[in-house]
Design a protein around this ligand. Structure first.
Ligand code: R5P
Length: 282
């Protein structure tokens, strides 16, 4: 039985198709004060709850779903296509909470195991009190690209994303990889990117990153490529957070195609990670 939270309806539906399992849709209403009231079709050997914890409400909904499932099913598996509140995976400054650990511990109370897709810091899996497996969403990004790209260059906007760029290139089947040098001001969050000397003229360039949040990283990378006569600039990410006006920012910067996976449901989520999750659950 696949149980979709309201933040993960597309990926859960595709997962149910992939696994040929029943999709059990919870009924969600609200109490007069606005709190969620939830009812779940029950009774299954295995309950797979799929929830992108993109908001505080999503965390509440997940804990509610797990609470029912833990009573009714023999095994509860929690799939977090995108794990939110994961940035503070350690106390970077005195007095800061390790928010990711707090969330992981709360989730661990009513599930048997967790799967999450391409977290920025893989070590986050160790914050759960139950086994947590990581599913690599990167190969799926190749599905978002047309066949026959011209001399494709898979470019990471920072050194940390080079493995991801290579993985997408390998899944695509041809092309070269490279990366930009990126600097982010710790206080202001402002991103700067060093000019790049790889010749991109008349090539299709594919920028790949794990997350596009404000879009600053991708926008600075696109700016560097502008004027170098690239044939086209694709920007692909696993988690299209796309906060505020990020999508418009990238459109304005001149991206040819912006795409992401369905770990977060956005209009650009044209690629599904469901086949990769299904492989882990078979
Ligand atoms: C950082 O290392 C990540 O891989 C992404 O590059 C970053 O989260 C993107 O953030 P933004 O879109 O706000 O620049």
């Amino acid at each position: 039985m696949i149980i979709p939270a309201s933040t993960a309806q597309s990926v859960a539906t595709r997962l149910a198709e992939q696994l040929n399992e029943e999709l059990a849709v919870p009924e969600i209403t609200r109490f007069a004060d606005g709190e969620f009231k939830l009812q779940l079709p029950t009774a299954a050997d295995r309950a797979v709850i799929v929830c992108a914890t993109t908001t505080a409400d999503a965390h509440i909904e997940l804990l509610q779903l797990q609470e029912v499932a833990a009573r009714e099913a023999k095994e509860v598996i929690t799939v977090l296509p995108y794990m939110g509140y994961a940035r503070q995976d350690r106390a970077f400054r005195d007095g800061e909470p390790v928010t990711a650990r707090a969330m992981a511990k709360a989730i661990s109370t009513t599930t048997d195991r967790v799967l999450t897709v391409s977290p920025h810091e893989p070590a986050i899996a160790g914050l759960f009190d139950v086994p947590c497996a990581i599913v690599d969403g990167a190969p799926r990004l190749a599905e978002g690209l047309p066949e026959g790209l011209t001399d494709p260059l898979f470019l990471a906007p920072d050194e940390g994303a080079t493995t991801l760029a290579s993985t997408v290139r390998d899944a695509y089947g041809s092309g070269k990889t490279d990366y930009f040098e990126k600097h982010r001001d710790r206080d202001t969050g402002a991103v700067s990117i060093e000019p790049h000397d790889t010749d991109v003229a008349d090539r299709d360039v594919i920028l790949t990153d794990d997350i596009i949040a404000t879009g600053s990283t991708m926008a600075r990378a696109i700016e560097q490529l502008n004027g170098q006569a690239a044939r086209s600039i694709y920007a692909g990410c696993i988690h299209p957070v796309l906060a505020d006006n990020a999508q418009a920012t990238l459109g304005g910067a001149g991206v040819t195609k912006l795409f992401g996976t369905d770990t977060i449901e956005r209009s650009v989520s044209t690629v599904s990670v469901a086949p990769a999750i299904a492989t882990e659950l078979r």
